[in-house]
Design a protein around this ligand. Structure first.
Ligand code: ADP
Length: 188
């Protein structure tokens, strides 16, 4: 697939990381502070999970997803056992940079398409803290265990991809560092 062009000068920022480390929280705060960042919301065919924000994804039917695939509307998409998920071709307004919040596999594909993208891997200070945050958010114990187990693999993949590691210890500090990474990337 040829890579859809972005508006002239638009930068690409990818935020990835294991479940429960605080990606969504950081992204929401970053977007609120940075009017020149435009969120490319992923599409999913799965149901919204309990406690999941309504705008975490664009929740669509299998038919809507398939139609969008057929018209070349996705940059990348994956099929899990029981649902499909993907990043639509971004359509940011002129003057905005594009932000993706996606998993490491998606980040790898975005890097292939946009080699100059800034890739940030958010992690918790420890696996215990990651698990604690998920428990605090109300995740079921089996999901917590699954995501913690997957995290080491994701961190290794992120390192291989050369992603910038951002440890989300103190939220304000981490947000500041994320803003700096974005500012430095724009200033290159
Ligand atoms: P993710 O999007 O990575 O799955 P969330 O943004 O949903 O993670 O955050 C998981 C939980 O951790 C939420 O309850 C959130 O309020 C909390 N959290 C996020 N960042 C921090 C932080 N720096 N310190 C403590 N708790 C945090």
């Amino acid at each position: 697939m040829s890579v859809p062009p972005l508006p002239h000068g638009a930068q690409v920022v990818v935020v990835s990381g294991p479940g429960g480390v605080g990606k969504g929280t950081l992204v929401e705060l970053l977007l609120a502070r940075d009017p020149h960042l435009w969120l490319s919301r992923s599409w999913t065919t799965r149901d919204r999970r309990p406690g999941e924000p309504a705008d975490a994804y664009r929740f669509v039917t299998e038919e809507e997803f398939a139609a969008h695939v057929a018209q070349g509307g996705f940059l990348e998409w994956v099929e899990f056992l029981d649902y499909r998920q993907g990043s639509p071709v971004p359509t940011p307004p002129e003057g905005s940079d594009v932000l993706f919040e996606i998993d490491v596999t998606g980040a790898r594909r975005i890097k292939e398409m946009y080699p100059d993208a800034l890739l940030v891997f958010v992690d918790a200070p420890s696996r215990e803290e990651q698990a604690e945050r998920m428990r605090g958010r109300g995740d079921a114990p089996d999901r917590v265990a699954q995501r913690v187990e997957k995290a080491a693999e994701e961190a290794a993949a992120a390192q291989q991809l050369g992603m910038r590691l951002l440890v989300n210890d103190d939220l304000d500090r981490a947000l500041g560092e994320l803003q700096e990474l974005v500012a430095d990337h724009r200033a290159r």
